[in-house]
Design a protein around this ligand. Structure first.
Ligand code: ADP
Ligand code: MG
Length: 237
């Protein structure tokens, strides 16, 4: 469904992605993890077409994305930090997005209701707490029923109940056969949600394995411990 071939990206002298090859398939939840600065967000932005790689190719449903941006309608993206027009009200933002997308099929407004955002339509974006802004981002990511969800540290700013609601939503999306790519530093959460883990380290994939394999290979039942063990074996600690 999404394939990257040897993606290289530099920012000035800093080489952030050093040849990343991946394959993401429908019906999977894949967690991209790795230390801060390892290139997770940059990889996601390459897939979204927000960052253009220096070399390498990305295919969406077999089509090279550099020729045609229409694939982006099939992706719901929740950014690590959402930036919105400050004076726009929540209600206006949703109205504008619906207008831009012009989707005739049914909208998914479940998160809007569960997060009670439909009772905050008059609030301006600049007055929202970080957590509420994240809720808006989450509601927008799911709203147009995309085939693919890309969520960049989605629960980082959310309160525990809001995080739980989002996790339920992610599992539901997986059951519907969607592809979910999620970055997170919270191992218990990754364990609950993901089928497999792609570990990025200094711009390279250190490993790409199912959680089941990670646990059996290391003999550890706790995912955090299992990953620490793999890192130790590879002399990366
Ligand atoms: P992660 O999401 O894994 O924490 P990022 O992909 O955000 O990592 O960043 C990887 C590295 O690239 C960091 O050192 C970051 O400072 C740098 N970087 C990211 N975006 C830019 C940019 N637009 N300009 C310059 N450097 C950037
Ligand atoms: Mg990041």
């Amino acid at each position: 469904m999404i394939r990257t071939e040897n993606i290289v990206k530099k920012f000035g002298k800093l080489q952030v992605l050093k040849g990343v090859n991946t394959l993401f398939q429908s019906g999977e939840v894949i967690s991209v993890i790795g230390p801060n600065g390892s290139g997770k967000t940059t990889l996601i932005k390459c897939i979204l077409g927000m960052v253009v790689p220096d070399s390498g190719k990305i295919f969406f449903d077999g089509k090279d994305i550099s020729n045609d941006f229409s694939y982006r309608k099939d992706i719901g993206f929740m950014p690590q930090i959402g930036h919105y027009p400050e004076n726009m009200k929540i209600g206006q933002l949703f109205a504008m997005m619906k207008d831009l997308r012009r989707i005739s099929s049914e909208l998914d407004e479940e998160l809007l209701e569960e997060y009670d955002l439909n009772n905050m339509y008059q609030k301006a974006m600049r007055t929202l707490s970080g957590g509420t802004t994240q809720k808006v981002s989450a509601a927008l990511a799911f709203m147009f029923n995309p085939k693919v969800l890309i969520l960049d540290e989605p629960t980082a700013g959310l309160d525990p109940l809001a995080a739980e609601i989002l996790k339920e939503k992610i599992l539901k999306a997986k059951k519907q056969g969607k592809l979910v790519i999620i970055t997170s530093h919270i191992m218990s959460e990754v364990d609950e949600l993901a089928d497999s883990i792609m570990y990025l380290f200094e711009g390279k994939i250190l490993f790409n394995k199912t959680i089941m394999n990670i646990k059996t290979e290391t003999g550890e039942d706790k995912l955090g411990k299992a990953i620490a063990k793999i890192m130790k074996q590879n002399n990366h600690v």
